[in-house]
Design a binder for this molecule. Structure first.
Ligand code: SF4
Length: 323
């Protein structure tokens, strides 16, 4: 693509951002840079999570932990409760660790330097660039999955795995030298409006003249079905209607959260069905009629629920942890 086309593409995106950018609570209208603390929270929440899923959690989280100090001094359990439902709980624990480090070592001021940011727990290549760029106006190349897809489509590169170096090289071609943060955010909003993952609206796209995308054959592959996993969950209650929950080990999926105990999640339904706890007739176990379906980002879990009433006799059930 020649220079004139690139400049026109940049101008069109700038105009689009000015007119149509999303009003997100962590963005400050008519102000160049975002608040660093709000940027930190929103960017950590947005890792592997869509904007719409984050909005309510973000607002409630900010109410509970309005600044870095309140977050650093908070109890981890309270942070996990505020995060509950958002998934990927390791992010919440890392965010807490990062807040404590910034509180102790940086006088509660979030560092503006990408290299320093990258050393903090849970902050990688993308998040460090996003904070440095959006909150401090540093001219970093901010490349998330939307920006990467946009770049590949502009150059009609049909490759699932392009090296980060190559993506950066292509990004350098289309990103302007100044206001790179706005340009990246423009692409992110544009990816929500036009250049969507599964059905890009090329026929009505305002920059289609400057895009070489021909439609990839592998869009169908992207739509491929998620993996399935199966387990048995054990709802164990007593005559006082108290029921048993356990805290999941920190290193596991949903680590640190509370759950009704379950068998190991298996991809083979028959094998999973064999995990029924053998009890004597005193317990009169029953199964819930419906199977419960939990959607995770990369698989669907189907859970059969075994209901066990604990009468007088104490039951000792040893449940294996999920792998
Ligand atoms: S023409 Fe299609 S692929 Fe290219 S930027 Fe527009 S929506 Fe995306």
């Amino acid at each position: 693509m020649n220079n004139i086309r690139i400049k026109t593409l940049q101008r069109k995106m700038k105009l689009y951002y000015k007119k149509s950018s999303r009003a997100l609570p962590w963005r400050i209208k008519n102000q160049k840079n975002q608040d660093p603390y709000k940027t930190l929270i929103s960017e950590i929440m947005l890792q592997q999570t869509r904007v719409n899923a984050v909005l309510d959690y973000y607002k409630n989280f900010l109410k509970k932990f309005p600044d870095l100090k309140s977050l650093a001094l908070a109890n981890e359990n309270d942070i996990l409760i505020a995060w509950s439902g958002l998934g990927y709980y390791r992010r919440a624990r890392n965010l807490h660790k990062t807040a404590k480090i910034i509180f102790k070592e940086y006088e509660s001021k979030i560092p503006s330097d990408k290299i320093v940011l990258k050393q903090l727990p849970g902050i990688g290549e993308y998040t460090s660039s996003a904070i440095a760029s959006f909150a401090f106006g540093k001219e970093e190349l901010v490349i998330d999955t939307n920006v990467e897809r946009f770049i590949k489509r502009i150059f009609d590169i049909n490759a699932n795995k392009l090296s980060p170096i190559r993506i950066k090289e292509l990004g350098e071609i289309i990103f302007p030298k100044k206001n790179r943060g706005d340009f990246a955010q423009a692409i992110m909003d544009f990816s929500n409006d036009y250049c969507t993952k599964l059905s890009p609206k090329c026929s009505s796209c305002i920059i289609s003249q400057y895009c070489e995308y021909k439609g990839f054959d592998d869009l169908k592959k992207i739509k491929q079905k998620k993996n399935k996993k199966y387990c048995i969950s054990y709802f164990i209650y007593d005559s006082k209607e108290l029921f048993l929950i356990r805290r999941k080990p920190v290193e596991e999926i949903l680590g640190g959260m509370y759950e009704v105990p379950s068998s190991i999640w298996k991809s083979n339904k028959k094998v999973a069905d064999m995990e029924v706890i053998k009890l004597d007739k005193n317990y009169n176990p029953m199964f819930l009629k419906n199977t419960i379906k939990h959607e995770f980002s990369h698989f669907t879990l189907f859970s059969k629920v075994m209901i066990i009433k604990k009468e007088k006799i104490m039951i000792k059930i040893v449940l294996k942890e999920n792998g």
